[in-house]
Design a protein around this ligand. Structure first.
Ligand code: ZN
Length: 184
């Protein structure tokens, strides 16, 4: 396995629409290795999720995982999931607004409104169908990651830029009582 290099904001690959993964791709050993590398990279970066364009591969693949240990109550653990060609079948009209960060936007945080609940259809790493209904925080992580596959960054989803803040200032001025912040 190998750690992959993270593409940072400004890299055009983050603005491209990713290619769907074919059945043939899924079965290939190098694709399976790539998924293992994505998982290893996400864990190494202490991220809650990673989308393939963030590691310079314009394919529709995301991995997400929240481990039990150091997460706040607003960011509950959820299991490792590998999602191939994910699409939303439903996005709640009800919104929740929370802090987001991104491995591709170093040391920045901002408040982003997202749908409170989603229904997701995807394939797993073996090509089997996945249907997921998720709410609240995990639903937000999914929206953030799938946005990467469509060329969107969290700053595009902010209602205004007044909460966009550097990490030092975030801890100094904003974080009190608000712990719902993760990098994805
Ligand atoms: Zn991100």
């Amino acid at each position: 396995m190998a750690l992959l290099k993270i593409a940072k904001m400004g890299n055009p690959i983050l603005r491209k629409i990713s290619e769907p993964v074919t059945k043939k791709d899924i079965q290939a050993a190098d694709f399976q290795r790539f998924i293992d590398d994505m998982i290893e990279t996400m864990r190494d970066e202490d991220g809650l999720g990673l989308a393939a364009p963030q590691v310079h591969v314009s394919k529709q693949v995301v991995v997400i995982e929240s481990l039990e240990d150091d997460r706040s109550p607003e960011a509950p653990p959820f299991p490792l999931l590998v999602l191939v060609n994910p699409v939303f079948k439903y996005l709640s009209k009800e919104l929740r607004t929370g802090w987001e960060g991104c491995l591709s936007l170093d040391n920045l945080r901002g408040k982003v409104p997202r749908s409170r609940a989603v229904r997701l259809e995807a394939l797993d790493r073996n090509g089997n169908p996945v249907l997921l209904d998720w709410e609240e925080f995990p639903a937000v992580v999914l929206q953030h990651e799938i946005d990467h596959l469509r060329g969107h960054l969290f700053v595009d989803r902010m209602k205004d830029m007044s909460t966009l803040t550097h990490l030092g200032e975030f801890h100094r001025y904003w974080i009190k009582g608000e712990k719902n912040v993760e990098e994805v």
